[in-house]
Design a protein around this ligand. Structure first.
Ligand code: AMP
Length: 433
């Protein structure tokens, strides 16, 4: 027995494991770039208050799992290893005045997170996450785009069968009344609650909904559902997220008990599990909207949405499945259009292109067509796919941004047309993996 060993709950990634993880990191970076996300790197530790305020004091992650560091020199400051990436990235967004950048600011980071959790299979004290954050866009189209990105990542890793669970957890307008109703419900059943849940009942009744205790899970089946208590604005947002997901062909399962473990979420929340396995240690990833977080960490009120996908668990699931690695992306097209309401069409077309292996992004914001084309040129996109009135006839304008020419192309021929151009121009090809 050697005198020194990797700390409990951590493990060394020996070359074969590190190569497998590197493949996921590369897939994550390529995919995020294809969707217009830029890399960021924040420190592995932050002021503990960033997590305590951001994530919420009454959460497992802060109450039980935060790795607090003993200060050596800087008196009075408390530090903690990051248990998740969002709070640190949002802290950076505020600190560096990213509110003045073009919104949304789309950032991605892949790295290690630390939680002082009880170690077991699939649950480590140090683990890896692929994270994306779109800060400054209230959605709902970007919500669907992010969920679609997540589902495409799983497909790219070679994981064949995952289930996406979706919920809306409301906002400051409708959640308080729901939480009060939920607390009243639990008070009626206080005798059935275990000690931890009883202690949390008055401070954070929502936490009880994602309790893993069997008695609470059973009780929750009869609890009031947030999706039946959403205000009009949240209900409309949720309906539109779902319509956009349908438009891009992402399948999901509604789960009204999904609240996520962290306080900062509003509205859209989602989690991904291997199909048929919803065990506590099997969540492959999750994310959601956090429209209050920027303000909570000292910035101006700014909406945001993101996800964190657990890479260790994807590797474990791939091992079980022995799946082959999947294909790599091709060149760049940007799907643009003058109608600010037509985001679903643009998203759908971009999704079709990406699904065919092309590097494509859709303009989902409200800016004018001219600005969209400028941005496409700045991205050094080869083509702009312009979605307009011709779509009624199944056609779009394809502008070759390098040659300055433009022609009508049937939507059904779009992939073939762009692929043909890619081979003749050798333009914007992705790095082979
Ligand atoms: P969360 O923000 O807690 O939903 O975490 C996002 C994802 O990170 C989860 O769905 C897991 O895949 C992964 N994850 C979270 N905690 C751990 C852990 N202790 N060990 C390994 N993976 C984890």
């Amino acid at each position: 027995m050697p005198a020194y060993r990797a700390p409990r709950g951590t493990r060394d990634l020996l070359p074969a494991d590190r190569v497998a993880l590197a493949r996921l990191e590369r897939l994550a970076a390529d995919l995020a770039a294809r969707y217009g996300y830029h890399p960021i790197e924040t420190p592995l530790f932050e002021q503990a208050a960033v997590f305590e305020r951001g994530i919420g004091a009454v959460t497992d992650v802060v109450e039980k799992e935060l790795f607090l560091l003993a200060p050596r020199e800087e008196d009075g400051e408390r530090w903690a290893l990051r248990p998740e990436p969002t709070a640190g990235i949002v802290r950076a967004y505020v600190q560096h005045g990213m509110q003045t950048w073009p919104q949304p600011v789309k950032l991605t980071m892949t790295g290690q997170m630390f939680r002082y959790d009880r170690p077991q299979a699939g649950r480590y004290r140090s683990f890896w996450q692929f994270d994306v954050e779109a800060i400054g866009d209230p959605g709902p189209a970007v919500d669907a785009e992010i969920i679609e990105l997540a589902s495409r990542f799983y497909a790219a890793t070679g994981l064949v069968d995952v289930t996406i669970y979706l919920n809306s957890i409301g906002d400051a307008a409708c959640r308080p009344a729901y939480v009060a109703e939920l607390a009243a419900f639990y008070r009626e059943h206080v005798g059935e609650l275990p000690a931890l849940e009883k202690a949390r009942l008055e401070r954070a009744p929502l936490r009880l909904l994602d309790s893993k205790d069997a008695r609470v899970v059973a009780l929750n089946a009869t609890a009031p559902k947030i999706t039946e208590r959403l205000c009009d604005a949240c209900a409309a947002h949720f309906a539109s997220v779902r319509a956009h997901l349908d438009a891009v062909g992402v399948r999901y399962v509604l789960n009204p008990y999904l609240v996520r473990g962290l306080d900062y979420y509003t509205r859209t929340a989602f989690e991904v599990y291997p199909a048929g396995d919803e065990g506590q240690q099997s969540a492959l990833g999750g994310g959601g909207r956090y429209d209050g977080l920027v303000e909570l960490l000292g910035g101006r009120p700014t909406p945001g949405i993101g996800f964190g996908l657990g890479l260790d668990r994807i590797l474990l699931a791939l091992d079980e499945q022995a799946a082959p690695p999947a294909a790599e992306p091709g060149p760049i097209a940007v799907v643009v259009g003058a109608d600010p309401a037509a985001t679903a069409e643009r998203l759908r077309i971009a999704t079709t292109l990406r699904a065919a292996g092309l590097v494509a992004r859709a303009e989902l914001g409200q800016r004018k067509l001219g600005k969209q084309l400028e941005a496409a040129a700045r991205d050094r996109a080869h083509f702009a796919v312009i979605v307009g009135d011709e779509l009624a006839d199944g056609q779009v304008q394809v502008r070759d941004l390098e040659a300055g020419t433009q022609k009508l192309v049937a939507v059904d021929d779009l992939v073939r047309e762009l692929e043909r151009a890619r081979t003749s121009h050798h333009h914007g090809q992705a790095q082979p993996s």
